[in-house]
Design a protein around this ligand. Sequence first.
Ligand SMILES: *[C@@H]1O[C@H](CO)[C@@H](O)[C@H](O)[C@H]1NC(C)=O
Ligand SMILES: *[C@@H]1O[C@H](CO)[C@@H](O)[C@H](O)[C@H]1NC(C)=O
Ligand SMILES: *[C@@H]1O[C@H](CO)[C@@H](O)[C@H](O)[C@H]1NC(C)=O
Ligand SMILES: *[C@@H]1O[C@H](CO)[C@@H](O)[C@H](O)[C@H]1NC(C)=O
Ligand SMILES: *[C@@H]1O[C@H](CO)[C@@H](O)[C@H](O)[C@H]1NC(C)=O
Length: 382
Amino acid sequence: MSTIFSTLFLVLASPILAAPNSYPTNESYPHPANGICIDYTVKEEVTWTKSIWGIPKPKNNFDIAALRISEGALDYDFEPISGYENATSTYQLAGTFCSPSKKVGNKEKTVLLATHGGGYDRRYWASSYMPSKYNFVQYALENGYSVFYYDRLGTGQSQIVSGYESQGANQVELIAKIASSIRSGRYSGSIEASKVVLVGHSLGSVFSAGAIIKYPSIAEGQFAAGATSLTLKAGLSATFQNALLASTVNPPFKRDSGYVVIGDIYAHARSFFSQPFDIPTLEYAQSIVQPASIVEMLSSANVKFDESSYNGSVLLTAGEYDILACGGNCYPRFEYGVQNKTFPVAKPLETYIHPGAGHGVNFANNATGFYATVIDFVNRNI
Ligand SMILES: *[C@@H]1O[C@H](CO)[C@@H](O)[C@H](O)[C@H]1NC(C)=O
Ligand SMILES: *[C@@H]1O[C@H](CO)[C@@H](O)[C@H](O)[C@H]1NC(C)=O
Ligand SMILES: *[C@@H]1O[C@H](CO)[C@@H](O)[C@H](O)[C@H]1NC(C)=O
Ligand SMILES: *[C@@H]1O[C@H](CO)[C@@H](O)[C@H](O)[C@H]1NC(C)=O
Ligand SMILES: *[C@@H]1O[C@H](CO)[C@@H](O)[C@H](O)[C@H]1NC(C)=O
C-alpha cells in the first residue's frame, strides 16, 4: 500500500518538483532563421545622474521580502534613495542586428530597436521555442523590417555591473546612444537605417520612452508593451512580488545583492502569464530568466520623464490581465483614458489590449496577433 502510494507520488511529483527552484539557464542565443544577423558588442559612454542607495543593502531573502512590504506600504514615505551624483561611464552591451533575408520594399531601412523588460534578456524578443508562435524578431523580419535587440546592462551577455549601478538614468542614455549609433550605421551591418522605432516591453518601454522624450530626434516613434503609464514607484513591482536574491537560486547567478530574480516557475506564471497556462512555454520562459536590478526598477520614478511634451507617434499596449500595467484588468485603464493623461500631445496615440494575455505578451496565446498589431502600427505611422 505504502509502496504503491509512494510510487504514485513519485511519478506524479517528479516532473513538477524538478523545475521550480532551479534555474537551468541556457547560454544559447540563436538567430531567427529568416534574418541576416550580426552579433555586436555595443560600447558607449554615457553621462548620467546616479541615484545613491541610502538604506542597508539586503543580505538575504527576508530582507527582500521586507523591502517589498515597505514599498507596498504606500501610506508612508519609504525612500531608499538618499541622494544623487553625476557620473560618466562606459558600458559594453551584447546586441544582435538582423535584416530580413527577403526584402519587402525598402522597409529594411526602418530599424526596430527592442529593449526587454525586467526578468529576461534579449531572448524575450526572439524565442527559440516555437519561433513561428513566439518570436517577435522573426515576425518583424518576415514583414520586411530590421531589428536591433540587445541585453540590457546587467543581463545576459552584457556587462554585469553592480545592481546598485544598473539604473534607469544610465539605461535611458544607453538607448539614446544605441539609436544614434544605428542611424550612423555602426550597428546595422550593410543596412543604412533611415528610421528607428523604439520598441519596449515593461521596464524597457519606460526606459525607451525616457530616451525619446529627452531626445525626440533619435527615433520616429515608439511602441510600448506592458506599460500604460511610465512611472513605477516601487523597486520590486507587482511582477517581482516573489523576488529572490539572484545569488540564492540554484545554480546561483553571479550577482551582488542589488539583483533579484522573479522567483520560481509559479511566481513566473503569476507575474507574466495567464490561464490556461501553457506549461512548455512557461518552462522555456523560465530557462531564459535573468536577474533584474532593484534600483533600475525604482529609478524609473527618479528619471523624471515629462511625457506630456512628446508629440511623436505612440502605440501603448498591454495584455488584458497585465498585473503590472493595470493590476490585472487593462480594459478600464484605456477606457478611462490613462493614455491621454500620459501622452496628451502624442500623435498618433493608439492603444491595443491583447485579449487573454498577462504581462508577458510575447509568450501569450495568439502572440502573432499582437505582433501583427505592432507591425500594422509601424506600417501606417512610421
Ligand atoms: C549634475 O549636473 C547638472 C548639469 O551640470 C547639474 O545641474 C546638477 O546639479 C548635477 N547634479 C548633481 C547631483 O551633482
Ligand atoms: C538551449 O537553447 C537551445 C536553442 O533553443 C536549445 O537547442 C538547447 O537544447 C537548449 N539547451 C538546454 C540545456 O536547454
Ligand atoms: C514637436 O516637438 C518638438 C520638440 O520636442 C518641436 O520641435 C516640434 O515643433 C513639435 N511639433 C509640433 C507639430 O508641435
Ligand atoms: C483620448 O483623446 C482622444 C483625442 O483627443 C479622444 O478622441 C478620446 O476620446 C480620448 N479618450 C478618452 C478615454 O478620454
Ligand atoms: C489574434 O489576435 C488578432 C489581433 O488582435 C486578432 O485579430 C485575431 O482574431 C486573433 N486570433 C485568434 C485566433 O484569437
